[in-house]
Design a protein around this ligand. Structure first.
Ligand code: F6R
Ligand code: MN
Length: 200
């Protein structure tokens, strides 16, 4: 068992301020990395003209590779919005489609947008401290900060899951989570875009 470990990471120290796992590999995603993720392209262009803030970072630990092993990632998403859409992650399916994942809410208030790849059905599930979300296999998932402080969460997934960003990048999620009268609301993307047309 010991031999299959690549480094000693049986104990994960989570820094909920920085959003980092000690010894993990951290990547930053800026607004410019999220082209095509927000439905409202005009609001995205306006926001980008004003600056290119870090929207989220992900710190990953991979204690071991191979069948049956697990990897972990601590995410921190800043609070903010592009137009009516809350700051979000790119979102992905797992390259190995049957791979499920568990998300634990650690700090802040958010939701996950889950979209079944086969049926196309969407669900908005609260991501909060003292709670967990089970993301089934074959389900596209995106994490969204609907609060006014950083959203911090831990995802645990099979070492073999991998990430498929392309499938979602091509068509984006069918639904959006937007602020309606200050409340996170799940709307059909086309219906949301139609409301923008009316107001511009
Ligand atoms: C891993 C996982 C999370 C995300 C993280 C960032 O399978 O779901 O660790 O990778 O929330 O989101 P993406 O990867 O969509 O940029
Ligand atoms: Mn995942």
């Amino acid at each position: 068992m010991k031999g299959s470990r690549e480094f000693s990471s049986l104990f994960w120290r989570l820094d909920l301020e920085k959003g980092e796992i000690e010894g993990g590999i951290t990547v930053q995603r800026r607004l410019s990395d999220l082209r095509g993720c927000f439905a409202d392209a005009s609001a995205y262009a306006v926001a980008l003209a004003q600056g290119d803030p870090v929207i989220y970072t992900v710190s990953t630990v991979e204690p071991a590779r191979g069948p049956g092993q697990l990897h972990g990632a601590l995410g921190i998403i800043m609070p903010g919005r592009v137009g009516a859409e809350y700051y979000l992650t790119r979102g992905h399916l797992h390259a190995w489609r049957p791979a499920a994942e568990v998300y634990l809410g650690l700090r802040g208030q958010g939701v996950m947008l889950l979209e079944d790849e086969v049926t196309g059905e969407s669900e908005m599930v609260p991501l909060l401290p003292h709670s967990a979300i089970y993301v089934p296999g074959c389900t596209a998932h995106r994490t969204i900060n609907t609060g006014d402080e950083p959203l911090v969460y831990l995802g645990i997934y099979p070492a073999e899951a991998g990430h498929d960003y392309e499938a979602i990048a091509k068509r984006n999620f069918r639904q959006v989570v937007v602020a309606v009268n200050g409340k996170p609301t799940l709307l059909d993307r086309a219906a949301f875009l139609a409301t923008l047309g009316d107001n511009r």
